[in-house]
Design a protein around this ligand. Structure first.
Ligand code: ADP
Ligand code: TRP
Length: 321
């Protein structure tokens, strides 16, 4: 089984990215051949400052390794080190109906948030399809917001196979875990760096982490009153970090009443802090080891490149080149 996923280096990572994409990817690296990459071509749709892009790539590499990506098990590289994906993206463009891209929710979302609609942004799902298809990927772990992009990928692969030959491209499956498919942000909407509602994976200080968590939106139920745990973003986040017993205890305490929301936020804060403590420690060490990061990405690029070339030989021959 080949597992593949990518993530854009477009700023600081948050716990939605962690539970939606990084943690499932890290878990899967023991179950098959894992391929994970930093999608810097994709980030060009929104990051136009070269120094920022470079820094974001490095920080993302450090954070992913700190969280447990094991370069001994997974191939880990920077997307732009395998430029064949852009060639495949062009070839796939020529089998992609305009209507498929016009329906893409993520494109419409980004434009409505004020991102200028470049051709790159519009064609983003085709490049993503190329990322996935060039590695003959079977399984793609992502958060729910990527579901449509995976459907587009499957459609494009099928169109290509219909035109040039069944079985030429492997049709991939998304792997979306129900419990972590949509991590809520401080305001209850999807946690996202674009909504200013994110808890960073590595907040600069404990104090900052705590004050973020204290900002989680709550209703005005009085301290003594019973509260509905199903309606609370605190509980939803707590479920990601606490044991089932701890969650049951918090839920019972919500129903019983007698505690203010601040009390529960403090419990959540302590769990988040402790959960990421070992990763924070590894990250401190990696921050000092620039050569190691370069080596990992160079080694990953070499392996990814070899695989991508093999697929491109097959694709070029199939289309008549
Ligand atoms: P953002 O919305 O902050 O820009 P990205 O779109 O860069 O995040 O997402 C990177 C990865 O993290 C994707 O696989 C996406 O599905 C996942 N992801 C992002 N936000 C969440 C969330 N709130 N819950 C679950 N997964 C998420
Ligand atoms: N579009 C994905 C995101 O915003 C990133 C991405 C690019 C990706 N190429 C991919 C994810 C291939 C999975 C597979 O998070």
């Amino acid at each position: 089984m080949r597992i593949l996923s990518g993530i854009q280096p477009s700023g600081r990572l948050h716990i939605g990215n962690y539970f939606g994409m990084m943690e499932p990817s890290i878990r899967l690296q023991d179950e098959g051949e894992a391929y994970y990459f930093i999608a810097d071509y994709h980030a060009l749709t929104s990051t136009h400052d070269p120094a920022a892009l470079r820094e974001n790539v490095r920080n993302l590499a450090i954070d992913f390794l700190a969280c447990g990506l094991d370069p001994g098990k997974a191939t880990f590289w920077r997307q732009s080190d395998v430029p064949e994906v852009t060639e495949l993206a062009w070839i796939l463009s020529c089998v992609t109906p305009m209507g498929l891209l016009e329906r893409a929710v993520s494109y419409k979302d980004k434009v409505s948030q004020g991102l200028s609609p470049s051709h790159g942004l519009f064609a983003y799902p085709v490049l993503q399809a190329a990322d996935i298809l060039i590695f003959d990927s079977n399984v793609v772990p992502v958060g729910r917001d990527q579901k449509q992009h995976l459907e587009v990928t499957r459609d494009i692969a099928q169109k290509f196979n219909d035109r040039y030959g069944e079985g030429l491209l492997v049709i991939p499956e998304p792997r979306i875990r129900e419990e972590t498919a949509m991590v809520p942000g401080l305001d209850g909407r999807k946690m996202s760096k674009s909504y200013d509602n994110a808890i960073d994976l590595f907040e600069e200080t404990e104090k900052k982490l705590r004050s973020k968590i204290m900002k989680i939106v709550t209703d005005s139920t009085p301290v003594e009153a019973s509260k509905d745990p199903e309606e609370s973003y605190i509980v939803q986040l707590y479920r990601l970090f606490a044991t089932p017993d701890e969650v049951a205890e918090m839920e019972a305490s919500f129903r019983a009443g007698g505690q203010g929301y601040g009390h529960y936020k403090q419990q959540l804060f302590e769990h988040v802090r402790d959960h990421f403590a070992p990763m924070r420690e590894r990250r401190e060490a990696l921050l000092k080891d620039a050569a190691y990061i370069d080596d990992v990405l160079a080694e990953g690029a070499k392996k990814a490149h070899a695989q991508a070339r093999r697929t491109m030989d097959r694709v070029r021959a199939a289309v008549g080149m």
